[in-house]
Design a protein around this ligand. Structure first.
Ligand SMILES: [Zn+2]
Length: 200
């Protein structure tokens, strides 16, 4: 199982989340990646909780973050190991600079540059119970900023290879997480986006 990790610095922690591997740090103190106090993120969901979350999100009919992406031909890589960690995301191949769209109304929790994810976006859903994560972006949409309200289908950024994405394989790394009880966007339990988007 993957363990999302964050580094607790004086009881204040913000992760340098994910992407094809998992690592966390404080964005303002990234140099302290080797700090000693490493804790687990939110506990993984039970299979029943995960199924319930998937059902709830399927009911919302989320937009695909890439308009022309064919989910039926996509590979479910959620459980694959990447660098020894569970992937817990969906990789969506697309040409560089393909627009990346908000999957639902909500607001921007954080624009975050990380070593692995590159240019990333954390977006809350309207209830602030879920976080949508978009990574490896080439760039953000103009004027996008933390706290900004966004609409389903709105362009948030563009597909790229920032972070640890192979430079010849532009793709969007997209994940969905259930936020912990304190609604902290960095303390989340993953949900398989492939199951949310897949048609049955
Ligand atoms: Zn990925």
């Amino acid at each position: 199982m993957c363990e999302l990790k964050h580094i607790d610095l004086k009881n204040w922690a913000v992760p340098n989340l994910i992407v094809c591997a998992v690592i966390c740090s404080s964005p303002s103190q990234a140099s302290q990646l080797n700090a000693t106090h490493v804790k687990k993120a939110a506990a993984p969901l039970s299979s029943q909780q995960a199924a319930s979350a998937v059902a709830e999100l399927r009911h919302r009919n989320l937009a695909l973050p890439l308009a022309s992406f064919d989910i039926e031909r996509a590979k479910d890589s959620y459980s694959e190991l990447r660098n020894g960690q569970s992937h817990e995301a969906l990789d969506m191949l697309a040409p560089r600079n393909t627009p990346v769209l908000a999957v639902e109304d909500g607001d921007i929790a954080k624009l975050f540059e990380s070593k692995l994810g590159g240019a990333t976006i954390y977006q809350y859903d309207p209830t602030h119970r879920y976080v949508y994560y978009y990574a490896h972006l080439e760039k953000y949409a103009d004027n996008l900023k933390d706290g900004q309200k966004v609409k389903r289908g709105e362009v948030l950024g563009y597909v790229g290879t920032s972070g640890n994405a192979p430079k010849n394989t532009p793709h969007l790394h997209f994940s969905i997480s259930l936020v912990d009880a304190d609604k902290r966007w960095w303390q989340t339990a993953p949900i398989n986006p492939y199951l949310v988007f897949k048609k049955y």
